[in-house]
Ligand binder design. Sequence first.
Ligand code: HEM
Length: 129
Amino acid sequence: MDGKRIKKDIETRDDIEHLVNAFYDKIKQNSKLAYIFNDIAKVDWATHLPKMYSFWGSILLGEKSFVGNPMKKHVELGKITPMTETEFSEWKKVFAETVFELFEGSKADEAVLRAQNIARLMLYNIAKS
Ligand code: HEM
């Protein structure tokens, strides 16, 4: 054994939950982002996490279970706290790190790509609002 493990791709709802839980575990401790969730938005994690399972389940597994308006939520957030390139770069960095620590494959790549595209659109909408 050389200790090298082949990672699996993101394939199931369990994988999505694992990814989302791992991502927000990091976010909750992140020096540039934790305060936005905990102090500014005062996120109720018991509500937010299942919502994010549905969001990523819909994007990556075609679940169609997500209900929400992320653009509006983040534009509103941008009015009460800095939501700039700095915050989005950090978010994208932590997201990509988490995805590739746990998974590899076309869905893993797609997750990172989709997150980057949505982040770019959010930043654009926040900047022009
Ligand atoms: C600087 C980066 C970001 C920060 C600080 C941030 C923070 C937050 C916070 C505080 C909420 C809870 C809002 C509330 O329920 O009142 C939220 C919701 C959400 N975020 Fe983000 N976010 C960021 C980037 C992103 C990106 C890039 C995505 C998508 C790839 C995303 C997806 C979502 C979704 C789907 C929700 C739920 C929206 C809804 O309830 O309609 N976020 N975010």
